[in-house]
Ligand binder design. Structure first.
Ligand code: SF4
Length: 459
Protein backbone atom coordinates (compact mmCIF):
# COMPACT_ATOMS: atom_id res chain seq x y z
CA UNK A 1 0.00 0.00 0.00
CA UNK A 2 1.27 3.51 -0.78
CA UNK A 3 2.82 5.45 2.07
CA UNK A 4 1.42 8.48 3.89
CA UNK A 5 2.97 11.88 3.05
CA UNK A 6 3.30 14.80 5.45
CA UNK A 7 5.05 18.19 5.41
CA UNK A 8 6.83 20.42 7.90
CA UNK A 9 6.16 24.15 8.32
CA UNK A 10 8.50 25.02 5.44
CA UNK A 11 6.64 22.74 3.05
CA UNK A 12 9.31 20.02 2.92
CA UNK A 13 7.51 16.75 2.17
CA UNK A 14 8.35 13.43 3.89
CA UNK A 15 6.94 9.93 3.65
CA UNK A 16 6.00 8.16 6.87
CA UNK A 17 8.04 5.06 7.73
CA UNK A 18 5.06 2.91 8.72
CA UNK A 19 1.69 4.57 8.10
CA UNK A 20 -0.04 3.99 4.75
CA UNK A 21 -1.95 6.64 2.85
CA UNK A 22 -5.66 7.14 3.48
CA UNK A 23 -8.03 9.04 1.18
CA UNK A 24 -11.19 11.09 1.68
CA UNK A 25 -14.56 10.92 -0.03
CA UNK A 26 -16.99 13.59 1.21
CA UNK A 27 -16.76 13.46 5.00
CA UNK A 28 -15.46 9.87 5.09
CA UNK A 29 -11.78 8.92 5.50
CA UNK A 30 -11.00 5.46 4.19
CA UNK A 31 -8.32 3.08 2.96
CA UNK A 32 -7.83 3.70 -0.78
CA UNK A 33 -10.00 1.25 -2.75
CA UNK A 34 -7.87 1.79 -5.90
CA UNK A 35 -4.23 2.29 -6.83
CA UNK A 36 -2.95 5.81 -7.43
CA UNK A 37 -1.36 6.90 -10.72
CA UNK A 38 2.18 8.29 -10.92
CA UNK A 39 2.12 12.04 -10.31
CA UNK A 40 1.58 13.43 -13.85
CA UNK A 41 3.85 15.97 -15.50
CA UNK A 42 2.63 19.43 -14.52
CA UNK A 43 1.18 18.23 -11.18
CA UNK A 44 2.48 19.55 -7.86
CA UNK A 45 2.37 18.47 -4.27
CA UNK A 46 0.50 20.92 -2.05
CA UNK A 47 0.74 21.40 1.70
CA UNK A 48 -2.59 21.75 3.52
CA UNK A 49 -1.63 24.10 6.37
CA UNK A 50 -3.08 23.32 9.78
CA UNK A 51 -4.62 20.03 8.65
CA UNK A 52 -3.24 16.89 10.27
CA UNK A 53 -2.36 13.98 7.95
CA UNK A 54 -4.56 10.89 8.29
CA UNK A 55 -3.05 7.48 7.54
CA UNK A 56 -3.76 3.80 7.99
CA UNK A 57 -1.99 1.62 10.56
CA UNK A 58 -0.80 -1.34 8.43
CA UNK A 59 -1.23 -3.83 11.28
CA UNK A 60 -4.63 -2.92 12.66
CA UNK A 61 -6.02 -1.21 9.55
CA UNK A 62 -7.19 1.63 11.82
CA UNK A 63 -7.34 5.25 10.66
CA UNK A 64 -4.63 7.20 12.48
CA UNK A 65 -4.32 10.98 12.79
CA UNK A 66 -0.69 12.07 12.79
CA UNK A 67 -0.43 14.72 15.52
CA UNK A 68 3.36 14.84 15.87
CA UNK A 69 6.36 13.35 14.10
CA UNK A 70 10.07 12.98 14.68
CA UNK A 71 12.44 13.45 11.75
CA UNK A 72 16.07 13.01 12.83
CA UNK A 73 16.38 15.09 15.99
CA UNK A 74 13.47 17.35 15.13
CA UNK A 75 9.95 16.90 16.55
CA UNK A 76 7.20 18.87 14.87
CA UNK A 77 3.49 19.06 14.17
CA UNK A 78 3.00 17.86 10.59
CA UNK A 79 0.69 19.22 7.88
CA UNK A 80 -1.28 17.08 5.46
CA UNK A 81 -0.13 16.87 1.84
CA UNK A 82 -2.21 16.62 -1.33
CA UNK A 83 -1.57 17.13 -5.02
CA UNK A 84 -2.89 19.51 -7.64
CA UNK A 85 -3.34 18.09 -11.13
CA UNK A 86 -2.75 19.48 -14.61
CA UNK A 87 -5.68 19.73 -17.05
CA UNK A 88 -6.66 16.36 -18.51
CA UNK A 89 -6.97 14.56 -15.16
CA UNK A 90 -9.93 14.11 -12.85
CA UNK A 91 -9.33 13.42 -9.17
CA UNK A 92 -10.98 10.41 -7.64
CA UNK A 93 -10.30 11.14 -3.96
CA UNK A 94 -9.58 14.11 -1.69
CA UNK A 95 -6.58 14.25 0.66
CA UNK A 96 -7.31 12.59 4.01
CA UNK A 97 -6.79 15.44 6.42
CA UNK A 98 -8.19 16.34 9.83
CA UNK A 99 -8.79 19.97 10.71
CA UNK A 100 -8.47 20.29 14.51
CA UNK A 101 -11.92 21.12 15.92
CA UNK A 102 -10.74 24.23 17.77
CA UNK A 103 -8.21 25.43 15.18
CA UNK A 104 -8.13 29.21 14.80
CA UNK A 105 -8.16 30.73 11.30
CA UNK A 106 -4.47 31.66 11.55
CA UNK A 107 -3.44 28.07 12.32
CA UNK A 108 -5.71 26.37 9.78
CA UNK A 109 -6.70 29.00 7.21
CA UNK A 110 -9.31 28.46 4.50
CA UNK A 111 -7.36 26.94 1.59
CA UNK A 112 -6.95 28.86 -1.67
CA UNK A 113 -8.82 27.68 -4.77
CA UNK A 114 -7.00 24.59 -5.92
CA UNK A 115 -8.44 21.16 -6.62
CA UNK A 116 -6.81 19.26 -3.74
CA UNK A 117 -6.29 15.60 -4.62
CA UNK A 118 -5.20 12.65 -2.47
CA UNK A 119 -1.46 11.95 -2.86
CA UNK A 120 0.93 9.28 -1.58
CA UNK A 121 4.36 7.76 -2.09
CA UNK A 122 3.96 4.65 -4.26
CA UNK A 123 7.17 2.66 -4.53
CA UNK A 124 9.84 5.26 -5.20
CA UNK A 125 7.62 7.94 -6.74
CA UNK A 126 4.89 10.38 -5.76
CA UNK A 127 1.42 9.38 -6.85
CA UNK A 128 -2.10 10.86 -6.98
CA UNK A 129 -5.59 9.37 -6.87
CA UNK A 130 -6.91 10.45 -10.25
CA UNK A 131 -8.10 9.36 -13.68
CA UNK A 132 -6.66 10.46 -16.97
CA UNK A 133 -9.79 11.81 -18.65
CA UNK A 134 -8.39 13.63 -21.68
CA UNK A 135 -5.30 12.99 -23.76
CA UNK A 136 -5.37 16.07 -26.01
CA UNK A 137 -1.64 16.63 -26.51
CA UNK A 138 -2.02 20.28 -27.51
CA UNK A 139 -2.89 21.16 -23.89
CA UNK A 140 0.34 19.70 -22.54
CA UNK A 141 1.96 21.80 -19.75
CA UNK A 142 5.31 21.34 -21.55
CA UNK A 143 4.11 23.42 -24.50
CA UNK A 144 2.85 26.29 -22.32
CA UNK A 145 4.63 28.90 -20.13
CA UNK A 146 7.71 28.47 -22.34
CA UNK A 147 10.67 30.91 -22.17
CA UNK A 148 9.63 32.66 -25.42
CA UNK A 149 6.11 33.50 -24.18
CA UNK A 150 7.03 36.89 -22.65
CA UNK A 151 8.46 38.12 -25.98
CA UNK A 152 5.37 36.95 -27.87
CA UNK A 153 3.14 38.83 -25.42
CA UNK A 154 5.26 41.99 -25.77
CA UNK A 155 5.13 41.80 -29.58
CA UNK A 156 1.33 41.53 -29.63
CA UNK A 157 0.92 44.42 -27.19
CA UNK A 158 3.14 46.54 -29.44
CA UNK A 159 1.12 45.60 -32.51
CA UNK A 160 -2.27 46.80 -31.21
CA UNK A 161 -3.69 48.94 -28.37
CA UNK A 162 -6.71 46.61 -28.04
CA UNK A 163 -7.29 46.40 -24.23
CA UNK A 164 -8.31 42.74 -24.40
CA UNK A 165 -4.67 41.85 -25.07
CA UNK A 166 -3.60 43.80 -21.96
CA UNK A 167 -5.95 41.69 -19.83
CA UNK A 168 -4.81 38.51 -21.59
CA UNK A 169 -1.16 39.40 -21.01
CA UNK A 170 -1.78 39.24 -17.24
CA UNK A 171 -3.76 36.02 -17.64
CA UNK A 172 -0.94 34.47 -19.66
CA UNK A 173 2.01 35.61 -17.55
CA UNK A 174 0.66 36.06 -13.98
CA UNK A 175 -2.06 33.42 -13.79
CA UNK A 176 -0.58 31.11 -16.43
CA UNK A 177 -3.91 30.57 -18.17
CA UNK A 178 -3.23 28.21 -21.08
CA UNK A 179 -6.11 29.60 -23.17
CA UNK A 180 -4.80 33.15 -22.80
CA UNK A 181 -1.30 31.90 -23.66
CA UNK A 182 -2.63 30.28 -26.84
CA UNK A 183 -3.79 33.71 -27.99
CA UNK A 184 -0.14 34.85 -27.99
CA UNK A 185 1.28 31.55 -29.26
CA UNK A 186 -1.20 31.85 -32.16
CA UNK A 187 -2.60 28.34 -31.94
CA UNK A 188 -5.61 26.24 -30.87
CA UNK A 189 -8.18 27.76 -28.46
CA UNK A 190 -7.75 31.50 -27.85
CA UNK A 191 -9.46 33.56 -25.16
CA UNK A 192 -11.83 36.54 -25.29
CA UNK A 193 -12.82 37.84 -21.85
CA UNK A 194 -16.08 39.70 -22.38
CA UNK A 195 -17.92 40.52 -19.16
CA UNK A 196 -17.06 42.29 -15.90
CA UNK A 197 -20.28 41.27 -14.10
CA UNK A 198 -21.97 38.05 -13.11
CA UNK A 199 -25.49 37.02 -12.12
CA UNK A 200 -24.21 34.24 -9.85
CA UNK A 201 -22.00 34.30 -6.76
CA UNK A 202 -20.37 30.87 -6.80
CA UNK A 203 -18.83 29.91 -3.49
CA UNK A 204 -15.64 28.92 -5.33
CA UNK A 205 -15.63 31.67 -7.99
CA UNK A 206 -12.07 32.13 -9.25
CA UNK A 207 -12.56 35.75 -10.31
CA UNK A 208 -14.34 37.26 -7.29
CA UNK A 209 -14.27 36.39 -3.60
CA UNK A 210 -15.49 38.15 -0.45
CA UNK A 211 -12.90 39.74 1.88
CA UNK A 212 -13.02 36.93 4.45
CA UNK A 213 -12.01 34.28 1.89
CA UNK A 214 -8.64 33.69 0.20
CA UNK A 215 -8.20 36.09 -2.72
CA UNK A 216 -9.63 34.94 -6.06
CA UNK A 217 -6.97 33.31 -8.20
CA UNK A 218 -7.78 35.61 -11.17
CA UNK A 219 -8.71 39.28 -11.36
CA UNK A 220 -11.80 40.15 -13.36
CA UNK A 221 -11.48 42.31 -16.44
CA UNK A 222 -12.25 45.86 -15.28
CA UNK A 223 -13.87 47.27 -18.41
CA UNK A 224 -16.03 45.11 -20.64
CA UNK A 225 -14.71 45.26 -24.21
CA UNK A 226 -16.74 46.55 -27.15
CA UNK A 227 -18.02 44.31 -29.93
CA UNK A 228 -15.33 45.72 -32.24
CA UNK A 229 -12.54 44.97 -29.75
CA UNK A 230 -13.76 41.38 -29.30
CA UNK A 231 -14.13 40.93 -33.05
CA UNK A 232 -10.58 42.19 -33.68
CA UNK A 233 -9.07 39.59 -31.32
CA UNK A 234 -11.27 36.82 -32.72
CA UNK A 235 -10.57 37.63 -36.37
CA UNK A 236 -6.82 37.82 -35.79
CA UNK A 237 -6.80 34.44 -34.02
CA UNK A 238 -9.18 32.64 -36.35
CA UNK A 239 -7.39 33.78 -39.49
CA UNK A 240 -3.78 33.35 -38.34
CA UNK A 241 -3.66 30.64 -35.66
CA UNK A 242 -2.63 27.07 -36.34
CA UNK A 243 -3.90 23.80 -34.87
CA UNK A 244 -7.39 23.24 -33.53
CA UNK A 245 -8.50 26.79 -34.05
CA UNK A 246 -11.24 28.33 -31.95
CA UNK A 247 -11.95 31.35 -29.75
CA UNK A 248 -13.86 31.27 -26.48
CA UNK A 249 -15.94 33.88 -24.72
CA UNK A 250 -16.18 33.28 -20.96
CA UNK A 251 -12.82 32.94 -19.22
CA UNK A 252 -11.51 32.58 -15.67
CA UNK A 253 -10.79 36.32 -15.50
CA UNK A 254 -14.32 37.57 -16.09
CA UNK A 255 -17.95 37.36 -15.07
CA UNK A 256 -20.80 35.88 -17.11
CA UNK A 257 -20.64 36.40 -20.90
CA UNK A 258 -24.40 36.03 -21.41
CA UNK A 259 -24.89 39.32 -19.54
CA UNK A 260 -23.20 40.90 -22.60
CA UNK A 261 -25.01 38.88 -25.19
CA UNK A 262 -25.94 41.85 -27.37
CA UNK A 263 -22.29 42.93 -27.79
CA UNK A 264 -21.11 39.33 -28.25
CA UNK A 265 -23.83 38.73 -30.82
CA UNK A 266 -22.61 41.78 -32.76
CA UNK A 267 -18.99 40.65 -32.42
CA UNK A 268 -19.87 37.20 -33.77
CA UNK A 269 -21.60 38.72 -36.78
CA UNK A 270 -18.54 40.90 -37.47
CA UNK A 271 -16.27 37.86 -37.18
CA UNK A 272 -18.33 35.71 -39.48
CA UNK A 273 -18.44 38.50 -42.05
CA UNK A 274 -14.64 38.45 -42.07
CA UNK A 275 -13.90 34.71 -41.89
CA UNK A 276 -15.60 31.33 -41.78
CA UNK A 277 -12.48 29.66 -40.35
CA UNK A 278 -12.39 28.04 -36.91
CA UNK A 279 -14.94 27.67 -34.18
CA UNK A 280 -16.75 30.16 -31.92
CA UNK A 281 -17.32 28.89 -28.40
CA UNK A 282 -18.69 30.23 -25.09
CA UNK A 283 -18.16 29.08 -21.51
CA UNK A 284 -21.21 30.12 -19.52
CA UNK A 285 -23.40 29.45 -16.51
CA UNK A 286 -26.33 29.00 -18.92
CA UNK A 287 -28.52 31.43 -17.01
CA UNK A 288 -30.19 33.20 -19.97
CA UNK A 289 -31.50 30.67 -22.51
CA UNK A 290 -32.94 33.25 -24.90
CA UNK A 291 -29.64 35.17 -24.98
CA UNK A 292 -27.78 31.93 -25.66
CA UNK A 293 -30.24 31.14 -28.45
CA UNK A 294 -29.51 34.54 -30.03
CA UNK A 295 -25.76 33.85 -29.93
CA UNK A 296 -26.24 30.46 -31.58
CA UNK A 297 -28.35 32.09 -34.28
CA UNK A 298 -25.54 34.59 -34.90
CA UNK A 299 -22.94 31.83 -35.36
CA UNK A 300 -21.82 30.50 -31.97
CA UNK A 301 -21.24 26.82 -32.74
CA UNK A 302 -20.12 25.44 -29.39
CA UNK A 303 -21.03 26.06 -25.76
CA UNK A 304 -19.94 24.72 -22.38
CA UNK A 305 -22.40 25.12 -19.54
CA UNK A 306 -21.19 24.80 -15.95
CA UNK A 307 -22.91 23.04 -13.11
CA UNK A 308 -21.95 21.34 -9.86
CA UNK A 309 -25.09 19.22 -9.62
CA UNK A 310 -28.26 18.36 -11.52
CA UNK A 311 -30.26 18.73 -8.32
CA UNK A 312 -31.69 22.26 -7.89
CA UNK A 313 -31.04 22.81 -4.16
CA UNK A 314 -27.34 21.87 -4.36
CA UNK A 315 -26.97 23.88 -7.57
CA UNK A 316 -28.52 26.96 -5.92
CA UNK A 317 -26.48 26.60 -2.71
CA UNK A 318 -23.21 26.69 -4.66
CA UNK A 319 -24.04 29.11 -7.52
CA UNK A 320 -26.25 31.48 -5.46
CA UNK A 321 -27.93 32.59 -8.70
CA UNK A 322 -29.55 35.98 -9.05
CA UNK A 323 -32.78 36.10 -11.07
CA UNK A 324 -32.37 32.70 -12.66
CA UNK A 325 -32.55 29.10 -11.51
CA UNK A 326 -31.55 25.58 -12.45
CA UNK A 327 -34.52 25.16 -14.87
CA UNK A 328 -33.03 28.03 -16.94
CA UNK A 329 -29.73 26.16 -17.12
CA UNK A 330 -31.54 23.09 -18.45
CA UNK A 331 -33.41 25.25 -20.95
CA UNK A 332 -30.10 26.74 -22.14
CA UNK A 333 -28.76 23.25 -22.82
CA UNK A 334 -31.91 22.44 -24.79
CA UNK A 335 -31.87 25.72 -26.74
CA UNK A 336 -28.22 25.31 -27.74
CA UNK A 337 -28.81 21.69 -28.82
CA UNK A 338 -31.86 22.74 -30.85
CA UNK A 339 -29.79 25.45 -32.54
CA UNK A 340 -27.23 22.85 -33.58
CA UNK A 341 -24.37 23.90 -31.27
CA UNK A 342 -21.95 21.36 -29.85
CA UNK A 343 -22.96 21.25 -26.18
CA UNK A 344 -20.69 20.33 -23.29
CA UNK A 345 -21.36 20.33 -19.57
CA UNK A 346 -18.60 21.62 -17.34
CA UNK A 347 -19.21 19.26 -14.43
CA UNK A 348 -17.53 20.56 -11.28
CA UNK A 349 -16.74 17.26 -9.63
CA UNK A 350 -16.10 16.61 -5.96
CA UNK A 351 -15.50 13.05 -4.70
CA UNK A 352 -18.10 12.00 -2.16
CA UNK A 353 -20.66 14.56 -3.39
CA UNK A 354 -20.93 14.44 -7.20
CA UNK A 355 -20.57 10.65 -7.22
CA UNK A 356 -23.26 9.93 -4.63
CA UNK A 357 -25.73 7.46 -6.16
CA UNK A 358 -28.60 9.97 -6.25
CA UNK A 359 -26.44 12.76 -7.72
CA UNK A 360 -25.05 10.38 -10.35
CA UNK A 361 -28.59 9.27 -11.26
CA UNK A 362 -29.72 12.90 -11.65
CA UNK A 363 -26.70 13.72 -13.83
CA UNK A 364 -27.21 10.63 -15.99
CA UNK A 365 -30.86 11.52 -16.45
CA UNK A 366 -29.95 15.10 -17.46
CA UNK A 367 -27.30 13.93 -19.92
CA UNK A 368 -29.66 11.38 -21.50
CA UNK A 369 -32.63 13.77 -21.57
CA UNK A 370 -30.83 16.77 -23.03
CA UNK A 371 -28.52 14.73 -25.30
CA UNK A 372 -25.39 16.75 -24.62
CA UNK A 373 -22.32 15.95 -26.71
CA UNK A 374 -19.68 16.08 -24.03
CA UNK A 375 -19.18 16.15 -20.26
CA UNK A 376 -16.02 17.83 -19.06
CA UNK A 377 -15.22 16.50 -15.61
CA UNK A 378 -13.44 19.34 -13.86
CA UNK A 379 -12.24 18.90 -10.28
CA UNK A 380 -13.87 21.67 -8.24
CA UNK A 381 -11.12 24.01 -7.00
CA UNK A 382 -12.10 24.83 -3.43
CA UNK A 383 -11.18 24.08 0.17
CA UNK A 384 -12.89 20.67 0.69
CA UNK A 385 -14.34 21.74 4.04
CA UNK A 386 -15.87 24.86 2.48
CA UNK A 387 -17.62 22.82 -0.21
CA UNK A 388 -18.81 20.18 2.23
CA UNK A 389 -20.38 22.90 4.38
CA UNK A 390 -22.37 23.85 1.24
CA UNK A 391 -23.18 20.30 0.10
CA UNK A 392 -23.90 18.56 3.40
CA UNK A 393 -27.59 17.68 3.57
CA UNK A 394 -28.24 18.99 0.05
CA UNK A 395 -28.59 17.37 -3.35
CA UNK A 396 -29.59 13.79 -3.96
CA UNK A 397 -28.18 11.42 -1.36
CA UNK A 398 -26.96 7.86 -1.43
CA UNK A 399 -23.58 6.24 -1.04
CA UNK A 400 -20.77 7.43 -3.29
CA UNK A 401 -20.31 5.05 -6.21
CA UNK A 402 -16.83 6.45 -6.98
CA UNK A 403 -15.71 8.91 -9.65
CA UNK A 404 -14.66 6.09 -11.99
CA UNK A 405 -18.13 4.54 -11.76
CA UNK A 406 -19.71 7.97 -12.29
CA UNK A 407 -17.77 8.44 -15.54
CA UNK A 408 -18.79 4.96 -16.69
CA UNK A 409 -22.42 5.61 -15.77
CA UNK A 410 -22.51 8.85 -17.77
CA UNK A 411 -21.18 7.05 -20.84
CA UNK A 412 -23.74 4.33 -20.37
CA UNK A 413 -26.58 6.83 -20.00
CA UNK A 414 -25.76 8.49 -23.31
CA UNK A 415 -23.99 6.19 -25.75
CA UNK A 416 -21.41 8.13 -27.75
CA UNK A 417 -21.01 10.77 -25.03
CA UNK A 418 -17.53 12.28 -24.98
CA UNK A 419 -16.07 12.54 -21.49
CA UNK A 420 -13.02 14.75 -21.38
CA UNK A 421 -11.57 17.98 -20.09
CA UNK A 422 -11.10 20.19 -23.12
CA UNK A 423 -13.46 21.85 -25.57
CA UNK A 424 -13.43 20.42 -29.06
CA UNK A 425 -12.73 22.47 -32.16
CA UNK A 426 -14.89 21.69 -35.18
CA UNK A 427 -12.74 18.97 -36.77
CA UNK A 428 -12.51 17.10 -33.44
CA UNK A 429 -16.26 16.74 -33.04
CA UNK A 430 -17.72 13.39 -33.87
CA UNK A 431 -21.45 13.12 -34.30
CA UNK A 432 -23.07 11.69 -31.18
CA UNK A 433 -26.17 9.54 -31.60
CA UNK A 434 -29.43 11.38 -32.09
CA UNK A 435 -31.22 9.10 -29.69
CA UNK A 436 -30.13 7.68 -26.38
CA UNK A 437 -31.73 5.67 -23.61
CA UNK A 438 -33.74 7.90 -21.33
CA UNK A 439 -33.55 8.14 -17.57
CA UNK A 440 -31.27 5.20 -16.98
CA UNK A 441 -29.84 4.77 -13.53
CA UNK A 442 -26.08 4.75 -13.18
CA UNK A 443 -24.29 1.47 -12.72
CA UNK A 444 -24.39 0.81 -8.98
CA UNK A 445 -21.14 -0.35 -7.63
CA UNK A 446 -19.57 -0.20 -4.24
CA UNK A 447 -17.53 2.94 -3.75
CA UNK A 448 -14.35 3.01 -5.78
CA UNK A 449 -14.63 -0.36 -7.47
CA UNK A 450 -13.56 -0.42 -11.11
CA UNK A 451 -16.30 0.61 -13.53
CA UNK A 452 -17.73 -1.67 -16.16
CA UNK A 453 -15.81 0.16 -18.90
CA UNK A 454 -12.30 1.41 -19.03
CA UNK A 455 -12.06 4.75 -17.19
CA UNK A 456 -9.04 5.54 -19.31
CA UNK A 457 -10.97 5.47 -22.55
CA UNK A 458 -10.24 8.66 -24.45
CA UNK A 459 -12.95 11.29 -24.26
S1 SF4 B 1 -20.71 31.83 -12.88
FE1 SF4 B 1 -18.46 32.00 -13.18
S2 SF4 B 1 -17.98 34.20 -12.96
FE2 SF4 B 1 -20.07 33.87 -12.16
S3 SF4 B 1 -19.78 33.61 -9.94
FE3 SF4 B 1 -19.79 31.55 -10.87
S4 SF4 B 1 -17.61 31.09 -11.29
FE4 SF4 B 1 -17.77 33.32 -10.91
Amino acid sequence: MPRLLFADDRGVVYDHPTLRAAVRSGDAMLAPPERPIPLPEGASLAMLPGRRPVGIDPESGALTVLHEVQVGRRRFVPHAVGATLPPGFTRTFLPAAARPALAVAGAAPVLPQWAYTAAALDGEGFAAYALRTDRRRHWSPASHSTPDLRAKVAARLLATPNPIYRQLSRCALEWRCFTAQNTFYGRDEGAIPSSARCNAACVGCISEQPDDMPPASHERIARPPTAEEMAEVAIHHLTTARGKVMVSFGQGCEGEPLLRWKEIERAIRLVRKATSRGSLHANTNGSLPDALGALCRAGLDSVRISLNSAVPDLYAAYYRPHRYGFPDVVRSIQVARRRGAYVALNLLTFPGVTDRAGEAAALCSLVARTRVDQVQTRPLAIDPDVYLAVARGRGAGGQPIGVRALVAALKQARPGLVVGNFSRARPERAATPARSPRGRSPARSPRGQPPARSPRAKG
